[in-house]
Write a protein that binds this ligand. Sequence first.
Ligand code: F6P
Length: 392
Amino acid sequence: MIRRIAVNTGGGDAPGLNAVIRAVAISAMGRGWEVLGIRYGYRGLIEDDPAGVVSLDRNSVRGIHHLGGTILGSTNRGDPFRYPMMKDGQLVPTDVSGKVIRRLEELGVDALVAIGGDGSIKLSAKLLERGLPRVIAVPKTIDNDLSGTDQTFGFDTAVATATEAIDKLHTTAQAHERVMVVEVMGRHAGWIALYSGIAGGADVVLIPELPFDIERVCDKIRWREVMNRRFAIVVVAEGATEVGGAAVFKEGAGQFKEHGQLGGIAERVAHEIQLRTGKETRSIVLGHLQRGGSPVMTDRVLALRLGCAATRFIADTTTSGLVAIRGNAIQLVPIADGTARIRTVPLDSDVLLTGRQLGICFGDEQPESFEPSLTPPPPSLPPYRVFKGGPA
Ligand code: F6P
């Protein structure tokens, strides 16, 4: 018999988190359950802070479905198995998972709804092993790279933001006849780059799944020049690599991120393009803009569906699991499914093929070449195409 559940949000935020919290809270209250919110991942249970756990009543989740961020706060430094605790004047990674489990027990929590990405999902699985009675994990990440589920909320919003930015870059690139290289997020998956690149009419899209040859990228830019299209838009995923090269990480970011922070590939690509083609080239990193703002309609609906499904599974089953969307059906799958592997862009994906057929250069040896060869335009073609504000 369920009386009380708790909810938390961990890892990098994604638009739609508040919609999940609202759906969990309202649907739980509808069943007569009490709902607690844990602040900042598990931190609210670890630190002796009276405001670390809050009661989520109807008023506290009113009007939040369209807000970005999370009303509960989040952190990607709240691993209870390696929590930084002060010892002899130094912060030492300490296993405080026992405290987390004890606190939830003291609070009378029958099930925890843990909303998070791969790191948080792995933590839920470990806490279950250590004795936490029940966890329903709700997958989230703008990167859309979790296995076990077909889509994560936050992705559509991130793509919409990136697409809008690419639209804007088109006008300034065309005005100055420059190459603009725009770096988007996605870690080691190219979903955001691929979708925003296609939607934004990019000329080149570089994704981690297809190591690129910078000369092929430059060829595409030279070809455009020959065709009198004297500007170009290059979208590069933060985790993209050159053939035989390695991913680019930001220097000095290790203090806060154990596995480093991706960043800097756009600048490198821009530098090479300018050097090799002589075209003036600028780079821009969209960064956390992609995580901010109001979730788009599809992310809101997905998030609300996942939140309601979480409480339905708590009521209708006795197990733990991950709330996944497969096809258009919501299912409870084993938690480990969510982190079994990184869901990258399949090389035979229809979206990738669409990009190729549209003439987008992926910087690779194309298995099917739809890209025009580097021959000058036939004389029948008009020498110049007037740019009307959209991608050309
Ligand atoms: O996983 C989501 C994500 O936004 C990635 O796309 C990006 O690499 C990373 O998080 C950035 O993390 P942070 O907020 O720690 O800089």
